[in-house]
Design a protein around this ligand. Structure first.
Ligand code: CAA
Length: 283
């Protein structure tokens, strides 16, 4: 089945990036959020990021205008039901995601493929609450979406082959590379990345190094583009903590215990760049 129209639920950090790359690849996009303010902010950020790509000669001004015209903002899930592929990119909380899929159900066309951009939650469990577990899978982009090459594709226990293939084809049309992951907590990227970030927070917590020395060590000593604490601020400390909790609960191993300092920052509302304060102060 050919995918032509894509519904993206959630216009935040990941959702606006997903709408951006889908529209540039020629898909018609319905970008849905519960907040008009979030939709306005997303559309202006997409415009700004596309303009940046155009100013570097990666795309033309005509590409930008055509892509922007393909994105239709929406405040109602009924609009999303009339698409061929849904990518849910709402908050990383299972109850929120389940409620969205339940509310979406009555509006869906029979053939619509449902996916979640979850970075760690069980695809099999999310799928089991829908009427189409065989046409449900994980479609996990990396941040910043327009720049990062990888998309993790995660099969739930019931995902069928045509669904997987259709999503693989979409990733190829985006000019990105897919990696197939089985449905275990946090899949591949976050299974490896988050314990490293958590260990960097322990390194700070135990006084082994300062924020600056930890980040510089990993940038200059391991050639990482960002230090782990800078990256944590970029991803969002609440998201990092949520993923560590999924690993800790799902794999029942103390090696995934979230660092108490990470928990404390989240409790303080210091969530990284999005709140202007995390391991760094952006005010
Ligand atoms: N949209 C479009 N283009 C963007 C962009 C955006 N949102 N953000 C950056 N860019 C482009 C820039 O225009 C620039 O393009 P050129 O190469 O053509 O000049 C390029 O990306 C690099 O950007 P900058 O020069 O501004 O900055 P940089 O060189 O410091 O790179 C970075 C920024 C790409 C973010 C880099 O620091 C990096 O790769 N960091 C690591 C990111 C990472 O690890 N992401 C994965 C996080 S884990 C995840 O996402 C999974 C999860 O579930 C939590």
């Amino acid at each position: 089945m050919e995918i032509q129209k894509v519904g993206v639920i959630g216009a935040g950090q990941m959702g606006n990036g997903i709408a951006h790359v889908m529209a540039l690849a020629g898909y018609d996009v319905v970008l849905n959020d519960v907040s008009q303010q979030a939709l306005d902010a997303a559309l202006s950020l997409i415009h700004k990021n596309m303009a940046r790509q155009a100013s570097k000669g990666k795309i033309s001004e005509d590409d930008v205008q055509a892509a922007l015209a393909r994105i239709v903002p929406s405040l109602t899930l009924a609009d999303v039901g009339a698409t061929d592929l849904v990518i849910e990119a709402a908050t990383e909380r299972e109850t929120v995601k389940q409620a969205i899929f339940e509310d979406l159900q009555p509006h869906l066309k029979p053939h619509t493929i449902l996916t979640s951009n979850t970075s760690s939650i069980s695809i099999t469990r999310l799928a089991s609450r829908t009427d189409r577990p065989e046409r449900f899978m994980g479609f996990h982009f990396m941040n910043p979406v327009p720049v990062m090459q990888l998309v993790e594709l995660i099969r739930g226990i019931a995902t069928d082959e045509p669904t997987f293939k259709a999503c693989q084809d979409v990733v190829a049309r985006l000019g990105k590379t897919s990696a197939s992951a089985e449905d275990f907590p946090a899949f591949i990227v976050n299974r490896i990345l988050m314990p490293m970030i958590n260990e960097a927070v322990y390194t700070l917590y135990e006084g082994v190094g300062s924020v600056k020395s930890i980040d510089e060590s990993m940038k200059l000593g391991a050639n990482h583009p960002m230090g782990p604490l800078e990256l944590a601020d970029f991803i969002g400390l609440d998201t990092c903590l949520a993923i560590m909790n999924v690993l800790h609960d799902g794999l029942a191993d103390t090696k995934y215990r979230p660092c108490p300092l990470l928990t404390k920052y989240v409790e303080a509302g210091w969530l990284g760049r999005k709140t202007q304060r995390g391991f760094y102060d952006y005010r």
